[in-house]
Design a protein. Structure first.
Length: 202
């Protein structure tokens, strides 16, 4: 399970950087604590499924993983989508709540079955459609590097896209580090790569 991967990494290498950005950073142990806090806050919500519209950030990663731990399917939406489009999309999917910021602090979360991740298709062949992904299936497809070498990956795709989720999953499965630029701008990507010593780009 995706939460078990995070727990095992936090136990084996608690101080290892998991998420780095110019605005925030979390070790594996800190990320686990934050994901558990987010999961507890999400479990307190009455919604069975949620959407979110946050920029790529440390907060978005902990929200994605926290939602899985909370048993709440979550649909991340790009920040480029205007409110009318978001309202139409979420209404068509029966989603009533769109989070625009991390949820308020929770207490403790109850164990539950991990929820799937929802993503939208690109819409190039018609209206965007929701696709459901099982986190465990995503993790099972990741090649294990079998090395403890410090590898730092630059997030080059949005986390609302499948490629971005693949990169996040690869980093988590192999206990590596994900570097998240402040924005999609090339200058911000270069700045983050230099600041945090990025070693890999996909």
């Amino acid at each position: 399970m995706i939460d078990q991967l995070l727990r095992e990494a936090a136990e084996a290498a608690p101080e290892l950087p998991f998420l780095l950005s110019p605005r925030s950073r979390l070790s594996y142990a800190e990320a686990l604590a934050e994901c558990e806090r987010v999961a507890a806050a999400l479990q307190a919500l009455p919604d069975e499924a949620l959407a979110c519209q946050l920029p790529d950030s440390v907060a978005l990663v902990t929200l994605l993983l926290g939602a899985a731990m909370a048993g709440k399917p979550l649909l991340p939406l790009g920040t480029h989508l205007d409110p009318e489009v978001v309202a139409t999309l979420t209404a068509s999917l029966g989603i009533n709540t769109v989070l625009n910021e991390p949820p308020a602090a929770g207490t403790s979360s109850a164990a539950c079955c991990p929820a799937p991740l929802w993503l939208l298709t690109s819409g190039t062949a018609g209206p965007p459609k929701r696709v459901s992904y099982d986190w465990d299936d995503l993790a099972a497809q990741v090649p294990r590097t079998g090395t403890t070498i410090d590898r730092r990956w630059l997030l080059a795709y949005r986390l609302s896209h499948f490629a971005g989720i693949q990169m996040l999953t690869h980093v988590l499965v192999n206990r590596q580090t994900l570097v998240i630029p402040t924005s999609d701008a090339v200058a911000d990507a270069i700045d983050a790569a230099r600041r945090f010593g990025v070693t890999h780009l996909s």
